[in-house]
Design a protein around this ligand. Structure first.
Ligand code: PLP
Length: 392
């Protein structure tokens, strides 16, 4: 399998995607020819400002909101921080309380932000239980909400196991109770339809590099009427909600990528589903004791995740990499961390099982041959690792 002509199969699109050539084409002039600062009053500055407003309209159209409800930022992490920190502080200042509700399967950008608000700023938070698929229920949400709850944060789709959360149902209850509802839609963008009115959320974040746009740029939807304090102080960019010079090329790229993802979603999703299902079926067939993690149906179209009992996922990822297969053991941010997956533990898996999470996420270019090759490599690697574990 090794050698010069080794096949390379990238199955880590949930970690990041390549930039679409059409996105790159849209961005290039804003790096090299039209480099004015969008806050400047001269022609080059005004042209950059116009490009940003055009991008804002495109993003707003895709999300079904008003352009002034979009705040451009540096990506998913910043959006989560801004929504939660800003929303929680605004509500507390208004005397609404200081209690936050979330789930134990959120991305660390949410989890760590909640923990810091609790540790340093006097907030309290409740983490709802999740089921075997990593999903929260409306009952658990109702039980977790209190009279002093000011903000809830529940992701639309889980990065590690791909399960979708019943966000519209939860957000409806939150709205009735006057609780701000934030959803991290970083993994969902490009795969699911994201209409903020249908979802009924107040705050929603996306990140460019998950849907064939550039890294380091994102957008946060912030419903009109919510005075979201800026996380960083400085200029009055983004109507005082996010200080710092606009990154014109990246913002143009984000909008173009989101536009293309919307226009081509139907065929992309059909392809993702086909590839994902082949992957899941073949791994379950070829690898003894492999189990699908996350919900079997209510899951991202391009997301396959498995628990491989008795396998250390870091060792497996190395084996796969040596053989040209790029995958992930849970979330990319945890790669190299030998701790069991906190997400799998919260879903009720044992510590031993939670060491053996494997995430395989397909993209536009994934082919059947890629799947066949990757499954061969996975089956051989798991067999080798299990044999070594017995000998040791
Ligand atoms: N939220 C989720 C669900 C993610 O999967 C990620 C990245 O993997 C992030 C947030 C962070 O996004 P970014 O890489 O843009 O900071």
């Amino acid at each position: 399998m090794r050698g010069k002509s080794q096949r390379k199969v990238y199955l880590d699109h949930s970690a990041s995607t390549p930039v679409d050539e059409r996105v790159l084409d849209a961005m290039m002039p804003w790096f090299t020819r039209n480099y004015g600062n969008a806050s400047s009053l001269h022609g080059p500055g005004r042209r950059a400002a116009q490009a940003i407003e055009d991008a804002r309209e495109t993003v707003a159209r895709t999300l079904g909101c008003q352009p002034n409800e979009i705040v451009f930022n540096s990506g998913g992490t910043e959006g989560d921080n801004h929504a939660i920190r800003g929303g929680a502080r605004t509500m507390r200042q208004a005397g609404q309380g200081a209690h936050l509700v979330s789930s134990p399967v959120e991305h660390s950008a949410v989890g760590e932000t909640l923990a810091q608000l609790a540790d340093l700023q006097g907030f309290t938070h409740t983490l709802m239980p999740v089921d075997r698929y990593g999903r929260v229920s409306a009952e658990a949400f109702r039980a977790a909400c209190r009279d002093d709850t000011v903000l809830a944060s529940v992701m639309l789709a889980n990065n590690e196991v791909g399960s979708l959360q019943p966000v519209a149902e939860l957000a409806r209850f939150a709205r009735e109770r006057g609780i701000l509802f934030h959803t991290d839609a970083v993994q969902a963008a490009g795969q699911l339809s994201l209409n903020v009115a249908d979802l009924g959320v107040d705050l929603l974040g996306i990140s460019g590099h998950k849907f064939y746009g550039p890294k380091g740029v994102g957008a946060l939807y912030c419903r009109n009427g919510i005075a979201l304090a800026s996380n960083q102080t400085g200029g009055s960019h983004e109507e005082g909600r996010r200080a710092g010079t606009h990154n014109t090329p990246l913002i143009v790229g984000l909008a173009r990528a989101l536009e293309l993802a919307g226009q081509e979603r139907e065929q992309n999703v059909a392809h993702f589903r086909r590839m994902r299902d082949q992957l899941i079926d073949q791994v379950l067939l070829r690898v003894p004791d492999a189990e699908l993690s996350g919900h079997p149906v209510e899951r991202l179209p391009g997301h396959a995740s498995l628990v491989l009992d008795g396998v250390d996922s870091s060792a497996l990822l190395m084996h796969l990499d040596i053989n040209g297969v790029a995958a992930s053991g849970g979330s990319a941010c945890k790669t190299g961390n030998p701790e069991p997956s906190a997400v799998l533990l919260a879903m009720g898996y044992s510590k031993r099982q939670a060491m053996g999470g494997l995430r395989l996420t397909v993209g536009h270019s994934t082919s059947e041959k890629d799947i066949d090759y990757a499954v061969d490599v996975i089956a051989n690697s798991v067999e080798k690792l299990r044999r070594l574990a017995v000998v040791a």
